[in-house]
Design a protein around this ligand. Sequence first.
Ligand code: ATP
Ligand code: MG
Length: 333
Amino acid sequence: MKITLIPGDGIGPEVTNSARRIIDASGADIQWEIVEAGASVLKTYNTPLPDHVIASIKKNRIALKGPITTPVGKGFRSVNVQLRQKLNLYANVRPVKSFEGIPSLHSNVDFIIVRENTEGLYAGIEHNIGDVAAESIRIITKEASDRISKFAFELAKNENRNKVTATHKANILKLSDGLFLKCAKECGSHYENIEFEDIIVDAMSMKLVQFPQNYDVIVAPNLYGDILSDMSAGLVGGLGLIPGANIGDEAAVFEPVHGSAPDIAGNNISNPTATILSGIMLLKYIGQNKAAQKIETTLHKIFREGKHLTRDLGGTLSTEEFTNEVIRELLKQ
Ligand code: ATP
Ligand code: MG
């Protein structure tokens, strides 16, 4: 099966290369179609997101993508946001799971953040009011709120999870977040076996830090989902560990939650796990469960033993050495 691969910026090329090598070694049936986007193509195409990149994803319908930096102050909109909007990738799915053997604030954490991916503050409608103020327009629609709520409940149902928690700020944003909450609640009434609760996002932040084990599926408007997912990464060992999927009806793009990490780019020390786990999500999405399972089992084993870790997890291995170790273990299976 043909899959689009976008290496991306910063640590993107090293983490996607690692994931690609591991997926290839797992015996998955995948042919990669590599297309470049981001800072490296800006000069050639005069845009960080050339049309042929969008065309490749539309054709193959599935992509694995590294992080892409948005050039600051050059008038370009975020490539990530553009991709999500152009391909209507309305659901951003971010599983937060603690690994046995990885030092972290909490153990037995296993929840999924479902972030609305197309509107809210990310609609990108902003203007100056003279030089005295600036205004951003935050749009919440019934259509997108219904759609993301349904996605969250269906995900809970398919993964045998018991509860969906909607997070919002409807006490202050009575109309916009009020609408989001109303849609989530209404949607929940159609799922008898799944509990529904709602929590304002400030309280949610505290509770997630104290009792992350209490959550199963969390559904949130765009910005809250973004902030809660980085925070959640911190609960289980850091950004190097959290994968993500951007899912729409026509296409799906899998990518780590972390950004391009320019501070460590090019040093061969980044942790490719978030991208490898994104690859596992991709394999499951296209029905290649056997390969996905093989990689998952291998990672769990390596983390449990705790001998072969990258620096962000307190180890000493380079990106490449860690990748080699995963492949060595994988081939034993
Ligand atoms: P961007 O603007 O592209 O989001 P950023 O500077 O915000 O880049 P992030 O990638 O979002 O950087 O991550 C913040 C910090 O977390 C990084 O500076 C880096 O030190 C660390 N980090 C993120 N991802 C990884 C990783 N895969 N392996 C190791 N460290 C990471
Ligand atoms: Mg960042």
